[in-house]
Design a protein around this ligand. Structure first.
Ligand code: ZN
Length: 98
């Protein structure tokens, strides 16, 4: 005898339905706070579970994007280039005023 559980197309799990509806997904602001260590207690355990054991692909992608954004934001080479650009601009403005 065959049932719905034998047909892979009909074999829906609660986890799959929840994942598809993103019913338990934390807001991206909460994921950002979690990433920067600003979430404690039960909320932290929930996000840990959601990203780890639950393996939510959407939220893990959001966290990957946040990490990439952070890595781009904190690059000393960019700071040096920005500082050199600022100094050369100030020098040009000062020499134009004379
Ligand atoms: Zn999620």
């Amino acid at each position: 005898m065959t049932g719905a559980n034998d047909d892979p197309q009909l074999a829906l799990t609660v986890a799959a339905v929840w994942r598809q509806a993103r019913a338990s997904c934390p807001h991206p602001d909460l994921l950002a706070s979690w990433l920067h260590g600003g979430v404690d207690g039960g909320a932290r355990r929930f996000v840990d579970f959601h990203l780890g054991e639950s393996c939510c692909p959407t939220c893990n992608a959001v966290v990957d994007d946040l990490r990439a954004r952070d890595a781009r934001a904190v690059r000393p080479a960019d700071d040096d280039a920005r500082a050199r650009c600022l100094h050369s601009t100030l020098a040009a403005v000062r020499s134009a005023r004379r």
